[in-house]
Design a protein around this ligand. Structure first.
Ligand code: SF4
Length: 348
């Protein structure tokens, strides 16, 4: 795994992005921001599952104003997502947002950008320059590969903000196409010192979207690129947070709640491993501490295959061996498989 790219850290509320800070998991609400109660309720739910930064859509002035009431009761920093109308950014800043996302594809007149930058500067509010392959600026050169067009669009906006003596920047270059996204980030990572928000945009429904996002995000993270991630899914945003942590855990970049190791099962298994693993997964969802738990289909290979698990169960015909760190600690009856395993997990 490549060493992490060195980036200039920024502060969004109490959360640091870039530098040596842990890679931050973020998401975006899908409620109507003007519906303050629903938006607060969804943000609270996201906080509970570990979301560290939340973005809300700001399609009009009412949504911008709603930020003030939302901010009063949430604990994580809030980023206002602005398209088309720079005045919405000004209002969101006034309402107390902690960060802004601007799309250079649709707010690019320098006077308007300047007004937003001056207001952000006054309050130390970082801005993400969020380039999206689907909404490139009209000035983009279609003869260039899309990845390059994205890089050029970002650099133009970055240079404009730098000329205004503003460097509280974070940058994203998202496309649906994974290789395009990777190429764009690899290119910009060498050209700017700012932290990078990475993700695959419009990745789809969870079954395919999680895979597409994991392939793109983890390739970049493995290359040392990326300071904050969002998994964009057509689903409740809690799924994005869960998937985000799973990606980071897979690369040993963050610890967050349990890791479930379960064997694929084979002709040697004498219990329904899928059912058992699902039951254990459901119980583990309520645990926040990091612990590695194994559910294995047979006593022959189970403990050995999962020897780095903290606790586990290896099932036989009607009975199972409980093990800790690959060592046998007891035998349990089939009716007690889940409860006995969970008792060990609790004790651990
Ligand atoms: Fe098959 Fe046993 Fe390995 Fe599971 S642990 S895949 S049942 S050999």
């Amino acid at each position: 795994m490549n060493p992490r790219r060195v980036s200039k850290p920024i502060q969004i509320g109490r959360v640091t992005i870039g530098g040596n800070a842990p890679i931050v998991v973020q998401s975006m609400t899908n409620t109507d921001t003007r519906d303050v109660m629903s938006t607060i309720s969804q943000i609270k739910e996201l906080e509970e599952c570990g979301c560290e930064l939340v973005r809300v859509a700001v399609p009009d002035m009412e949504a911008a104003r709603a930020i003030q009431a939302i901010k009063r009761v949430i604990s994580i920093p809030l980023i206002a997502d602005i398209h088309f109308d720079y005045r919405l950014a000004l209002k969101a800043i006034e309402a107390g947002c902690d960060g802004l996302r601007l799309n250079p594809g649709n707010i690019n007149q320098s006077e308007k950008v300047k007004a937003v930058v001056m207001a952000a500067k006054e309050r130390n509010i970082p801005i993400r320059i969020g380039v999206n392959a689907g909404s490139l600026p009209k000035t983009a050169n279609p003869k260039l590969p899309v990845a390059q067009q994205m890089v050029v669009a970002a650099l133009q906006q970055i240079r404009l903000l730098e000329s205004l003596d503003f460097d509280l920047l974070k940058v994203s270059l998202k496309a649906f196409d994974v290789p395009t996204t990777i190429e764009a980030y690899k290119s910009i990572a060498q050209k700017i010192p700012y932290p990078l928000h990475i993700g695959i945009t419009e990745a789809g429904l969870p079954r395919t979207g999680v895979i597409r996002s994991a392939v793109g995000i983890s390739t970049l993270l493995y290359l040392g690129i990326g300071d904050t991630i969002r998994v964009s899914l057509t689903a409740h945003p809690r799924e994005e947070v869960i998937a985000g942590y799973e990606i980071l855990k897979s690369l040993n970049l963050r610890q967050h709640g349990p890791i479930l190791v379960s064997c694929p099962s084979c002709g040697r298994a004498e219990v329904d491993i899928i059912k058992l693993a699902e039951a254990v997964e459901e119980k583990l969802a309520k645990i926040s501490k990091p612990i590695k738990v194994a559910v294995m289909g047979c006593v022959v290979n189970g403990p050995g295959e999962a020897k780095d698990a903290d606790v586990g169960i290896a099932c036989g015909n009607g009975k199972a061996i409980l093990f800790k760190k690959g060592k046998k600690i007891g035998v349990v009856e089939e009716k007690d498989f889940v409860s006995a395993l969970m008792a060990e997990v609790e004790e651990f």
